[in-house]
Design a protein. Structure first.
Length: 184
């Protein structure tokens, strides 16, 4: 996993909970915490930090990962505004993940292993996303979607009827949006 994910997690934890909490999480995870954005680190390091946060916060790991995604999205929007500027809705933004955003991520962070999405766009009221990733970080996808909806001044409803954590081949996220979707 690319170090940028760990850098974002550190930023979110220290901003929301304080630097001493980040240090305790690293200690509890048995991870040294020296992450460079372009570095490659074992996925297990992230899962160890999430497990330590889960214990410390008395929250399920998926809730911790989702919380991280919600709070990481504004940081990404600030760091990479070009990905957001052309959009006025969460739906249009999400539809650029495979074709624009993830290819650019792989250019910026060579070797990045991004998830793949399949989209069903036949309904104007529901966007269906099928999530494929060996990391099974569908909770992060949900959090990032929630963060994107907040960025575009929308509320999002997420139904997750299929999930890799329940033995399904992929995750299916069914999204509905409410709001004006005009702010950026």
């Amino acid at each position: 996993m690319k170090g940028i994910i760990f850098n974002l997690l550190e930023h979110v934890v220290t901003e929301q909970l304080g630097e001493p909490v980040w240090d305790r999480l690293l200690d509890g995870a048995g991870v040294d915490g020296a992450f460079t954005s372009l570095g490659n680190y074992p996925d297990e390091d992230l899962f160890k930090i999430v497990a330590a946060a889960s214990r410390a916060l008395d929250q399920p790991p998926a809730a911790v990962v989702r919380w991280f995604g919600v709070h990481a999205l504004p940081l990404l929007a600030g760091k990479y505004p070009v990905f957001f500027e052309a959009h006025h809705s969460t739906r249009s933004f999400l539809l650029t993940l495979n074709g624009i955003i993830h290819p650019e991520v792989r250019k910026l962070y060579p070797g990045a292993d991004t998830p793949e999405f399949e989209f069903e766009t036949s309904s104007p009221d529901v966007l269906v996303m099928e999530y494929h990733s060996a990391r099974k970080l569908c909770a992060l996808a949900e959090g990032l979607i929630e963060g994107a909806a907040a960025h575009f001044d929308e509320a999002v409803g997420i139904v997750h009827p299929l999930c890799q954590h329940r033995g399904d081949v992929s995750c299916r996220l069914e999204l509905t949006f409410a709001g004006n979707g005009t702010s950026a």
